[in-house]
Ligand binder design. Structure first.
Ligand code: HEC
Ligand code: HEC
Length: 451
């Protein structure tokens, strides 16, 4: 993938350079490299599921039942679907849902499409899997204020529910917190947004998009640089950015304990967003027009502002309309129904061949190489040769490491005194993944001799 990306970028650069040589004025849009972008936006043909919660029909239908069941809440009248409504892209159509105390919640209800691929959950990424996320709203005093044990008792008293749990979890047929979380997670992984007109274009149907929608796509991947963060078929990089919205909410910063991540929120997917207005973590922007006006005119310049936002974005009224026209092509014409994709069990980590090196780069928000081989006693140097602040983290059973804010130019060093496999991520850009294999001295000898 990385290779294709690079080849694609240089192709775009070549086209841009050619356009400049041919006297293309700066205000003439660069031609769209359709081949490159069709590849970059291609939908997957499987839904990833974790090895410890494989999807079965029984589990998914139990999860769907629980999602609509108000017995999960303390008051007995709030279900997940009270806020996450199917016809509103599993959001609720309002800026911030009133909590049980009548006051608006701190943040807007996010749509739930395509979370099977999400690397973290909530606007600030504080949960790292759908399984751990599922019980948070139930126990949240302002959302559902449930006492999980009471809910579990109520469900166990219902023979239908007992039966549904038993067929979903034949190896452990009980109404438990863990099984409830697994079923809710399995159901939410089936919420895959369906193909839209844009996907017909991706598949090669040139006429699927109108000229102004195509112009909007060119702006999205070109001058307006939206694709720096809204990338891939889900239109998100799973990273956290401050995009210069007003407000006191510090988002990712307090979660990591890093001031450089203040005001940073998870990049939302842009799929099926026509159905989920208003927008942003605080629901402060009513429509796509307001969103585009924000990026062009209203970005608050502060030290935490994302390095991935263009320094300056001049958009004419026509260009704004074109961008909005393009955003609309990522939504269905009628309230969308989930697209069934076959599940496929996938584990963390890269398949890349491990490279024997003790130095890793972070240029362009990518660990290079993505997989390294060390010997016990050696240290790994991770240098920030990027333009962004990073946060190198390693969380393992016998070792953990947190670089705090790693500014451009800073190098962090992690020593390894035990053999094993370790996964490293960036807390601000969790799509950056590095696997470290540390070999015991005895096993390194043959490997060395082979070379
Ligand atoms: C009272 C409204 C309300 C109820 C009820 C509710 N949620 Fe939410 N949900 C929210 C809000 C608000 C957020 C965002 C909170 C944040 O990011 O800090 C959220 C976030 C989420 C997310 C994270 C989505 C993302 O993009 O990261 C998931 C998943 C989710 N809820 C699932 C559920 C499930 C499952 C239930 C039922 C057990 C549920 N919710 C009940 C309002 C609600
Ligand atoms: C620096 C990364 C970045 C860039 C560049 C960027 N976005 Fe965003 N976008 C985000 C983040 C992060 C949010 C959520 C911010 C928040 O709620 O505080 C967001 C939110 C949105 C939303 C609202 C989605 C929702 O469900 O609330 C839309 C629509 C959107 N962006 C479109 C665009 C367009 C169009 C462009 C180009 C003009 C663009 N974005 C450029 C990161 C980015």
């Amino acid at each position: 993938m990385g290779r294709c990306g690079l080849a694609g970028t240089s192709r775009v650069l070549a086209v841009l350079a050619l356009a400049a040589i041919l006297g293309g004025a700066a205000d003439r849009p660069a031609p769209l490299d359709a081949g490159h972008w069709r590849k970059a936006f291609t939908r997957p043909d499987h839904t990833p599921v974790p090895p410890d919660n494989p999807a079965t029909q029984e589990k998914v239908s139990l999860g769907a039942k629980l999602f609509e069941d108000p017995r999960l809440s303390g008051s007995g009248d709030v279900a997940c679907s009270t806020c996450h409504q199917a016809d509103l892209s599993f959001s609720d159509g309002i800026d911030r849902h009133p909590g049980l105390d009548g006051q608006p919640l701190d943040r807007r209800t996010p749509p739930l499409w395509n979370l099977a691929w999400a690397l973290s959950l909530f606007w600030d990424g504080r949960a790292d899997s759908l399984e751990t996320q599922a019980i948070v709203p139930i126990e949240n005093t302002r959302e559902m204020a449930g006492d999980l044990d009471l809910s579990l008792q109520a469900l166990s008293a219902d023979p239908q529910m007992r039966k549904a749990f038993a067929s979903a979890f034949p190896e452990n047929p009980a109404v438990t917190r863990a099984n409830m979380a697994k079923a809710l997670a399995a159901f939410q992984r089936t919420l895959v947004s369906p193909e839209t007109r844009f996907d017909r274009w991706v598949k090669g149907e040139d006429a699927a998009l109108e000229p102004d929608e195509l112009a909007g796509l060119s702006l999205f991947v070109g001058k307006a640089a939206c694709v720096a963060c809204h990338k891939g078929w889900r239109f998100t990089d799973d990273a956290f950015h401050d995009i210069g919205l007003p407000g006191e909410d510090r988002g990712r910063g307090p979660i990591l304990g890093i001031a450089a991540a203040d005001h940073a929120f998870k990049t939302p997917s842009l799929r099926e967003r026509v159905w989920s207005a208003p927008y942003m973590h605080d629901g402060s922007l009513a429509g796509f027009e307001d969103v585009v006006d924000h990026y062009a005119d209203r970005v608050i310049r502060r030290p935490t502002l994302s390095a991935d936002l263009p320094q300056r974005l001049d958009l004419s009224p026509t260009e704004r309309t074109q961008l909005v026209a393009f955003l609309n092509t990522l939504s269905s014409n009628d309230p969308p129904r989930p697209a069934g994709l076959p599940p496929k069990v996938m584990a963390f980590g890269t398949d890349a061949e491990a490279v024997a090196t003790s130095t890793v780069s972070q240029k362009d928000r990518r660990f290079t190489p993505t997989s390294v081989l060390l010997k016990v006693g050696e240290a790994l140097r991770i240098l920030n040769d990027d333009i962004r602040v990073h946060n190198v983290r390693l969380d393992g059973p016998d070792k953990s490491f947190n670089s705090d804010a790693q500014n451009p130019g800073d190098t962090v060093t992690i020593g390894f005194d035990r053999a094993g496999r370790y996964d490293v991520i960036c807390g601000i850009h969790p799509e950056m993944r590095l696997s470290v294999t540390v070999l015991a001295p005895s096993t390194t000898e043959p490997a060395q001799n082979k070379k």
